[in-house]
Design a protein around this ligand. Structure first.
Ligand SMILES: NC(=O)c1ccc[n+]([C@@H]2O[C@H](COP(=O)([O-])OP(=O)(O)OC[C@H]3O[C@@H](n4cnc5c(N)ncnc54)[C@H](O)[C@@H]3O)[C@@H](O)[C@H]2O)c1
Ligand SMILES: O=c1ccn([C@@H]2O[C@H](COP(=O)(O)OP(=O)(O)O[C@H]3O[C@H](CO)[C@@H](O)[C@H](O)[C@H]3O)[C@@H](O)[C@H]2O)c(=O)[nH]1
Length: 445
């Protein structure tokens, strides 16, 4: 089968590589000419474990192609997946301009029955807007070409994207006909040969499922962050509480880790967009709105702990930051808690020495030396984790990369001027760290 995937970002590139691995001929399309040039030169524009090997193998096999024009490949494909961005607009809703651009190009250039499948996360009702957009373009052309739309929200996690795509918990597909259902069945069958976990439903339900899933996961995190903050005040240990509740089969142990807040390109924007869709439809989702507010506050907790320990000493002090990406195994810093912490440190006048195994270039691109941020502080880029701690009066752990899990405490004691650690991801054992002579602050323990 021949398909096109529009948008060669985290979702589009991973989906394209995985479908091609199953033998599908995939043309990945992006308007970012530099991105496509890099891909054609064998460079992978994002950090995602295993992606380079998968892409190279399928390019060599002649099943994976990169182009800049959807119009030019439409005649050769049966299905077009749209995986373009849906960033937040100024009101917190999803900006659908890229999704509707794809629909317009599709309507202007299809010449035979083609299925347009939306993989991007879009609010309920978007498929209807896409259909209207295509129909208007066909009418402009004065042609009557059969087309269909479908919804296939993506549930992969960055850092584990290939595994999640290759072996999904489930695949959700919203369709309007048996014909579209048959096409989607054919595409997903190879991934789920022994246990066909594809849930077909109507399109609005598929669109809503994506937001409900992300909001539920974000709710668990914000709930645990609330519990952690109370643990701090009453002397309980949130890690013990997590184990105590997570072993209840009705609750389950996943996504119950408290810390410095959730980030990334999905939870923050999708929680906001769901709340906005609700308000537009005359209902207030109080829980969802509280999840978002709790997370905004949680991103400040690491700095607040540091500031209450050191106060005005932070001005002029070197502070080490371990971890910039919003989670391990990615270079993505969209809505990362590190951005909030670094901003507060620069505002307090600190010299922020940062280190991340893969997100240094991304941080530099976003923040540079920090001089454009309000405040007298600045950002310095360290060559490794111990270099970041050189001369530091405090160390903040913000992303739980594996290489940060077992640091040499004696080396840290030697290079730091003051032995203080704020563990924003609760990865260290308090008694071990304290026995090495450090003052330790966790989140809720
Ligand atoms: N990142 C994730 O882990 C993840 C997981 C599940 C779902 N999603 C959703 O998938 C969608 C894509 O997310 P992403 O993180 O891959 O985005 P991204 O920003 O990494 O990539 C989007 C790509 O689309 C391209 N693009 C924009 N308009 C285009 C057009 N008209 N034609 C061709 N290309 C165009 C951009 O140049 C960009 O390369 C979003 O709706 C997101 O919410 C993301
Ligand atoms: O117990 C937890 C689990 C996660 N996080 C944080 O939550 C954020 C998101 O993490 P994760 O969900 O692992 O990464 P994403 O790549 O953002 O994936 C989410 O968002 C995607 C885009 O919609 C969905 O496809 C995925 O199913 C959904 O997990 C990160 O900042 C994590 O540090 C916590 O604080 N505590």
């Amino acid at each position: 089968m021949n398909i096109a995937i529009v948008g060669t970002g985290y979702v589009g590139l991973v989906s394209g590589a995985c479908f091609s691995e199953m033998g599908v001929d995939v043309t990945c399309v992006d308007i970012d000419t530099e991105k496509i040039a890099r891909l054609n030169a064998g460079e992978i524009p994002i950090y995602e474990p295993g992606l380079r090997e998968l892409v190279c193998r399928n390019v060599e096999a002649g099943r994976l192609h990169f182009v800049t024009s959807l119009a030019e490949c439409l005649d050769n494909v049966e299905v077009v997946f749209s995986a373009v961005g849906t960033p937040p607009d100024e009101d917190g809703g999803a900006d659908l301009s890229y999704v509707l651009d794809v629909a317009r190009t599709f309507g202007r250039h299809i010449n035979r029955y083609t299925l347009l499948v939306t993989k991007s996360t879009v609010p309920v009702g978007t498929a209807a807007k896409i259909k209207a957009e295509i129909a208007a373009r066909l009418a402009e052309r004065g042609v009557d070409i059969d087309f269909e739309v479908a919804s296939n929200p993506e549930f992969l996690k960055e850092g584990a994207a290939i595994k999640d795509f290759m072996s999904p918990d489930r695949v959700v597909v919203g369709v309007e006909s048996e014909r579209a259902k048959a096409v989607m069945t054919k595409l997903y069958r190879p991934f789920l040969t022994n246990n066909f976990r594809v849930y077909f439903m109507d399109i609005p339900s598929a669109e809503m499922t994506k937001y409900a899933a992300n909001a539920m996961l974000a709710t668990r995190i914000s709930f645990m962050n609330d519990i952690a903050n109370l643990c701090d005040r009453v002397g309980a240990d949130v890690n013990m509480v997590r184990k105590g509740i997570g072993t209840d089969a009705r609750i389950g142990g996943k996504f119950l880790y408290s810390g410095c807040g959730y980030g990334g390109s999905c939870f923050p924007k999708d929680v906001k967009a769901l709340a906005r869709t609700a308000r537009e439809n005359g209902c207030v989702m109080r829980v969802v709105e509280a999840v978002e507010a709790t997370n905004e506050a949680q991103k400040k907790v690491v700095f607040e702990k540091l500031s209450s320990a050191l106060g005005t000493e932070l001005a002029g002090m070197t502070v080490a930051v371990w971890g910039l990406a919003f989670k391990p195994e990615t270079d993505d810093m969209r809505e990362a808690p590190s951005l909030v912490v670094i901003e507060s440190l620069v505002a307090a006048g600190s010299i922020v020495r940062v280190y991340d195994p893969v997100a240094m270039a991304e941080c530099c691109r976003r923040l540079g030396d920090g001089c454009s941020l309000p405040g007298d502080g600045r950002i310095e880029y360290a060559s490794d984790m111990y270099d970041a701690a050189l001369g530091a009066g405090a160390l903040l752990l913000l992303t739980e990369w594996k290489q940060f899990r077992m640091p040499s405490w004696p080396v840290l004691r030697r290079v730091m001027t003051n032995p203080l650690i704020v563990d924003g991801r609760n990865i260290y054992d308090r008694s071990e760290v304290e026995s090495e002579g450090f003052i330790y602050y966790g989140i809720g323990r």
